[in-house]
Design a protein around this ligand. Structure first.
Ligand SMILES: Nc1ncnc2c1ncn2[C@@H]1O[C@H](COP(=O)(O)OP(=O)(O)OP(=O)(O)O)[C@@H](O)[C@H]1O
Ligand SMILES: [Mg+2]
Length: 434
């Protein structure tokens, strides 16, 4: 950093803070367009290089063209401004920085992960890392193995919940630190840039590409959900509402959501979930009985047995297709639930998906649906991530099971509208219920 401060140009406050972190193993700068990410990356490379006792630093861009047009172009411009000597060896793709104390920057592109094999480096920068292959990221990170620094730096615009996110940020290590930076934080940017871009992007895109806030691609289905709003204060005090289960019958993954509802106030708080893989309805019902007994024992602070749970005849809001017999289940799903002492609740046919989503969205808008994110992580993730694909909620990635279950629970109890007969005989009006 001393080398950088020496020149006539300085760093912005967020850039300085980022460069100054010498403790985190992985640093991520998640920023809006033009927020100064690549310049920060260059500054970090300089800082890591001078700390690595001669070990080279590896820099990766998604493609070779970006190495030249983005990294080398930005680096040489900034090195000039900072008054640091440099030389670029085009054929080796090596940028040498410094004169007396100097180090090499190995510039590689992620589209050729083989070119990374065998390298041994003292630090790593991956610019626009979420546009790189997961494999290339893994190979590159494994190359950082010598010198006293050994830090990894990832800079780029957030790109939804892709493979890069899953690899690094879905379950971040305690040594991983993330900075979220808005485009506006870059005071070198022309003043009307953000306003211009805002007029061209929709709200979700602007959130991600200008504010640096990650959004699901294609628009989130439950766009009104926010962990901050719905994951903090329960709308029904745990232990005070009607305990119920919202279920979706699936062959592979079953997510059954446990909620407490307050019918008078038309609201519900999700207190837990039970995720079964490769289970059948009978097994799932047995397991959720045990789950409910443990939950009730905790909130009521006295021993509640599985037998007690059975005698409560808890309602299960579920898929209407549960009444159909299939070759896999000789008894219907609904019959199996009854056998396990639950009270299945469903219509003759399933509600339209749009109506289900709309009901949930309106409950979220009014804060009549809340969740305990620690107790129901899969359901929380579904609210945060499920996106529209070709106009329909995405069914891949197993995000639909919890969404369907919540949809049944909300729709059958708290529909947005209900048909009411009007003066004209036989005519049904779609009156707003709210
Ligand atoms: N500390 C700085 N000193 C001088 N100029 C800066 C500084 N930080 C950023 N800039 C200028 O702001 C502009 C955007 O910076 P940069 O390319 O680092 O942003 P970015 O977030 O990587 O953008 P993109 O989204 O296009 O990848 C560039 O013209 C750059 O020179
Ligand atoms: Mg950049």
């Amino acid at each position: 950093m001393d080398e950088i401060r020496r020149g006539p140009a300085g760093l912005l406050p967020h850039q300085l803070e980022f460069v100054a972190d010498r403790a985190s193993k992985i640093r991520v700068m998640q920023g809006g367009y033009r927020s100064g990410k690549t310049v920060t990356g260059v500054a970090v490379v300089v800082d890591m290089g001078f700390r690595s006792q001669g070990a080279p630093i590896l820099v990766i861009e998604p493609t070779y063209r970006m190495i030249i047009d983005v990294f080398v172009a930005t680096a040489t411009r900034m090195l000039e401004a900072w008054g640091l000597p440099w030389r670029y060896h085009k054929s080796d793709k090596v940028l040498t920085i410094g004169r007396r104390r100097r180090f090499d920057v190995l510039c590689r592109s992620a589209d050729q992960p083989r070119s990374l094999e065998g390298l041994t480096v003292g630090g790593l920068l991956v610019d626009e890392w979420e546009l790189c292959d997961r494999e290339a990221l893994q190979v590159a990170m494994a190359r950082v193995s010598i010198g006293p620094c050994q830090q990894i730096v990832l800079t780029g615009t957030p790109e939804g919940y892709g493979p890069g996110y899953d690899l690094i940020l879905a379950k971040p290590a305690s040594t991983t630190r993330v900075w979220i930076v808005r485009s506006k934080a870059n005071t070198f940017l022309r003043s009307d840039y953000v306003a211009d871009m805002e007029s061209r992007l929709d709200d979700d895109e602007a959130g991600e590409k200008l504010e640096g806030q990650r959004r699901a691609k294609g628009g989130r289905v439950y766009s009104r959900f926010s962990r901050e709003v719905h994951g903090k204060t329960p709308c029904v005090l745990p232990g005070r509402g009607d305990l119920q289960v919202w279920a979706d019958f699936n062959v592979g993954k079953m997510v059954w959501v446990v909620a407490e509802a307050d019918p008078a106030r038309r609201c519900a708080h999700i207190v837990g979930e039970f995720v079964g893989t490769n289970t059948d309805t009978a097994e799932q019902a047995e397991k959720i009985t045990a789950y409910l007994a443990a939950h009730l024992t905790r909130v009521r602070r006295r021993e509640i047995t599985k037998q007690d749970v059975r005698s409560m005849r808890i309602k299960v809001y579920c898929d209407a297709s549960g009444t159909q017999r299939t070759s896999v289940t000789p008894l219907t799903h609904v019959a199996l639930l009854k056998q396990a002492s639950f009270e299945p609740q469903h219509g003759l046919a399933n509600p339209l998906i749009d109506d289900r989503v709309n009901t949930v969205q309106i409950m979220l808008r009014d804060k009549r649906l809340t969740i305990d994110p620690a107790a129901a992580p899969t359901t929380t993730m579904t609210f945060e991530r499920q996106a529209y694909v070709n106009g329909q909620p995405d069914k891949s990635g197993g995000l639909d099971a919890a969404a369907d279950a919540v949809g049944y629970g909300c729709y059958w109890q708290f529909p947005v509208w209900r048909p009411v007969p009007t003066a004209a005989p036989g005519e049904v009006r779609r009156d707003s219920f709210l």
